[in-house]
Write a protein that binds this ligand. Structure first.
Ligand SMILES: Nc1nc2c(ncn2[C@@H]2O[C@H](COP(=O)(O)OP(=O)(O)O)[C@@H](O)[C@H]2O)c(=O)[nH]1
Ligand SMILES: [Mg+2]
Length: 261
């Protein structure tokens, strides 16, 4: 059944309705889109297959620009979202390390591109190295306009130029109504044709029904620009929810990276 689903979604072409231009899914984004469109049963089977063990995770460096980032020799996953959305907590949950992301959160470094080096092992014990990137939060009202411009330039250059950036996890607080700044950021990623997954954070703070309503409201608000819904995951760093789904995405992207020509 899963094979049939995957086969079907492999041929689905997704188009982003933005400025009248079509968005054709590439190999990584096509996997991600496929995941967004699978049935619940197919998804849980896919996640069951993804058994990823973190062998090690360490903070590497904070870079002020994409040119100063580490060598782009491993698949890379960036985490981005508004300040306080739960980025550091999610990164720590993924890496089984309660203080990992916090160690790079000293003043100054929060404005930079923070690289962590991770080694994971799949269900057969095969090891894989990848980078995890903690990006500065957007939408901080108190930040001066000059700084904001600087941030926008740094992030745009990083997102568009970093050649090993294989997927972007965009974090959205599951307790809030759809926010313009989040919708705009996601639509911008679509216009740039960058693959991403939405992660709705802090799901433990509301009931399941409220979370589902918030997720639907957000996807509906996006709906004006997207023909099919982007893949999304519901998470809680407190309850360790969404970890498998995030690993499944990373695992599949790592495989695509290893198969690249
Ligand atoms: N209840 C709950 N609180 C969370 C969760 N994730 C983050 N927080 C809290 O939200 C605040 C901001 O989290 P942090 O990870 O520092 O956000 P960041 O600014 O995006 O890195 C902290 O007080 C966290 O303890 C979650 O999944 N559940
Ligand atoms: Mg943080």
């Amino acid at each position: 059944m899963l094979g049939a689903c995957v086969g079907y979604y492999m041929v689905v072409r997704i188009f982003f309705r933005h400025g009248g231009k079509g968005r054709k899914a590439g190999p990584v984004s096509s996997f991600l889109w496929k995941q967004g469109r699978l049935s619940k049963q197919a998804k849980s089977f896919l996640y069951y297959l993804a058994r990823v063990n973190i062998k090690s995770a360490a903070y590497i460096i904070s870079s002020p620009s994409v040119d100063q980032c580490p060598l782009a020799d491993k698949p890379e996953y960036a985490f981005i979202g508004r300040s306080n959305v739960g980025k550091s907590s999610l990164i720590n949950m993924i890496c089984n390390h309660q203080k990992l992301a916090k160690t790079s959160a000293s003043p100054g470094k929060t404005q930079m591109i923070n690289h962590f080096s991770v080694v994971s092992a799949d269900e057969k014990g095969k090891e894989q190295g990848w980078y995890l990137v903690d990006l500065p939060g957007y939408g901080y009202a108190k930040v001066a306009q000059g700084k904001r411009k600087q941030w926008t330039k740094m992030i745009e250059e990083y997102l568009r130029k970093r050649e090993n950036l294989i997927n972007i996890f965009v974090l959205i607080d599951s307790r809030h109504k759809p926010q313009q700044i989040d919708l705009q950021f996601i639509n911008q990623l679509g216009a740039w044709q960058l693959p991403f997954t939405i992660v709705f954070t802090k799901a433990d703070k509301s009931t399941q029904r409220e979370v589902a309503a918030a997720v639907n409201a957000f996807l509906e608000a996006l709906g004006a620009h997207w023909e099919a819904m982007p893949p999304h995951i519901v998470s809680s760093a407190v309850k360790h929810l969404g970890k498998k789904q995030i690993f499944a995405t990373i695992e599949q992207c790592n495989r695509l990276w290893n198969k690249r020509p």
